[in-house]
Write a protein that binds this ligand. Structure first.
Ligand code: AMP
Ligand code: ZN
Length: 465
């Protein structure tokens, strides 16, 4: 497969042409949620961007094997379970469920596997064994640490020079200060009120970084194509993942590291600790459609900060409505047979533009701009479209949507057949001249955001954006 996809690789700090390790297949690992609470839309900026990359690779014809970890043990999950007085599993199951619901609402394509850290303790111990065999670990107190000065490549992802490394004094916190470059913990000795596993390294639990190296290599092999996350993952998390993986295997771990910039609010990162966050549920309660939120999150270039505002969200809603209305009007046409060669050509050149912008390090704003130009140009000549033109345009919109994923797949929780059944019931009621019953059905559907439109060809329905 030949593509000219160019991506900014954090490892070399520049844009380079993407080449898959194996023709046609891509191994992709993305860092997943720590399941101690609902994810906020800052987290979802990263997950939606990762989804865009994955969908685009699939559009290009690659078969993508995607793994996303679930951090179900760390300082925060343990703290929450102690606070609520429920087991760690109860806490994490609750938020894993919520996470799956949220990604479904945001139309994020499911990963092939969502491995949980607590179910891979054996693999993590084996990884420590390999690091130990290579002389890269030491024990202090009841914990085991990675010795960063024994791994000469340490700092290559985050561009940290060796003079700034502080070896010897290990930290066992999962979230240590980013400018404090210290040996990091692989295995934490048991503390009171903490879940633990009895292993050859003592009773304890894994450090946060270890899970991603162990689980990515288990499911994708010791070397794979793409690893993604938010920019805050670069250091220390991804730096440590490289150290653990390459320290064990002696081979290059990942070819392309791609990082998404932050969603910010008033110039600060949206985060739990600052309290300046919205969850998807918060915004849905205010009446926002998750797909408008998805549109907002993906429509800015991933290497630029994106400032969250409600005006921005309203604009995203309008853009979405334009695409929805376009499809709606195309579907409502009753054109005569035939095809217009210029329109076929317009689709071809527009798709080439859409693609060339995406190939340019996922320049989504350029791609969307091209697509909206297309909508405009087709709208101008919509009355002249022939039957095959309409089919071709709709097929094109579908291809674009396979990448951006903003069109509704299922309407307001009612599968299509059910909506059609309701419409038939309403038609029957009207035939019986039972207008009260007919209106009641119309209102029922309206309450679910479905608007009925009576046309000479029959009743049509659409979702109110
Ligand atoms: P965490 O649960 O904090 O490990 O974060 C999960 C993912 O969300 C990671 O890939 C983070 O880099 C990403 N993330 C966290 N906050 C933001 C933000 N404000 N904007 C974009 N990505 C974020
Ligand atoms: Zn990770």
């Amino acid at each position: 497969m030949s593509t000219k996809l160019n991506v900014y690789n954090t490892l070399i700090n520049k844009v380079e042409e993407f080449k898959a390790m194996e023709e046609g297949t891509i191994g992709l690992y993305t860092c997943g949620p720590t399941v101690y609470d609902f994810a906020h839309i800052g987290n979802f900026r990263s997950y939606v961007f990762e989804d865009l990359v994955k969908r685009y690779l699939m559009y290009l014809g690659y078969n993508v094997r995607h793994i996303m970890n679930i951090t179900d043990i760390d300082d925060k999950t343990i703290r929450k379970s102690n606070q609520l007085g429920i087991t760690l599993n109860e806490v994490t199951n609750r938020y894993i469920q919520a996470f799956y619901e949220d990604i479904d609402r945001l139309n994020i394509v499911k990963a092939d596997i969502y491995p949980r850290a607590t179910e891979h303790i054996g693999e993590m111990i084996e990884l420590i064994d390999r690091l130990d065999a290579n002389g890269l670990v030491y024990t202090k107190g009841n914990s085991v640490y990675f010795s960063i000065d024994k791994f000469s490549d340490y700092g290559k992802l985050a561009n940290i020079s060796r003079e700034n490394l502080q070896s010897g004094g290990g930290t066992d916190s999962d979230e240590y200060e980013k400018d404090n470059v210290q040996d990091f913990v692989l295995w934490k000795g048991k503390k009171e009120d903490e879940p633990s596993w009895d292993t050859k390294y003592g009773d304890g639990r894994p450090g946060w970084h270890l899970e991603c190296s162990a689980m990515s290599m288990k499911y994708l092999g010791e070397q794979f194509d793409i690893h993604m996350g938010g920019v805050d993952n670069i250091f220390p998390h991804h730096e440590n993942e490289i150290a653990q993986a390459e320290g064990a295997t002696g081979k290059k771990f990942v070819n392309y590291w791609i990082h998404c910039q932050h969603l910010i609010v008033d110039n600060q990162k949206m985060s739990k600790s600052l309290g300046n966050f919205y969850t998807l549920r918060d915004l849905m309660e205010r009446g926002y459609d998750p797909l408008a939120i998805r549109y907002l999150l993906l429509s800015a270039h991933y290497r630029k900060l994106l400032n969250f505002t409600f005006e921005g969200l309203d604009m995203a809603k309008q853009s979405l409505k334009r695409i929805g209305d376009f499809v709606f009007s195309l579907e409502g046409l009753n054109p005569e047979e035939g095809v217009t060669p210029e329109l076929t050509e317009l689709i071809r050149t527009n798709e080439a533009k859409f693609r060339s912008q995406m190939d340019d390090d996922f320049n989504i704003s350029g791609s969307l701009g091209a697509f909206f130009d297309f909508i405009h140009e087709v709208n101008v000549r919509i009355k002249d479209l022939k039957k095959s033109d309409v089919e071709n345009v709709l097929a094109y919109v579908k291809r674009i949507d396979s990448v951006i994923g903003v069109l509704k797949k299922e309407e307001a929780g009612l599968p299509d057949e059910e909506i059609l059944k309701k419409i038939e019931e309403r038609q029957d009621a009207r035939k019986r001249k039972d207008f009260a019953a007919a209106d009641a059905i119309r209102d029922q559907l309206k309450a679910k955001g479905i608007v009925l439109i009576d046309t000479p060809e029959g009743v049509r329905w659409k979702i109110e954006q």
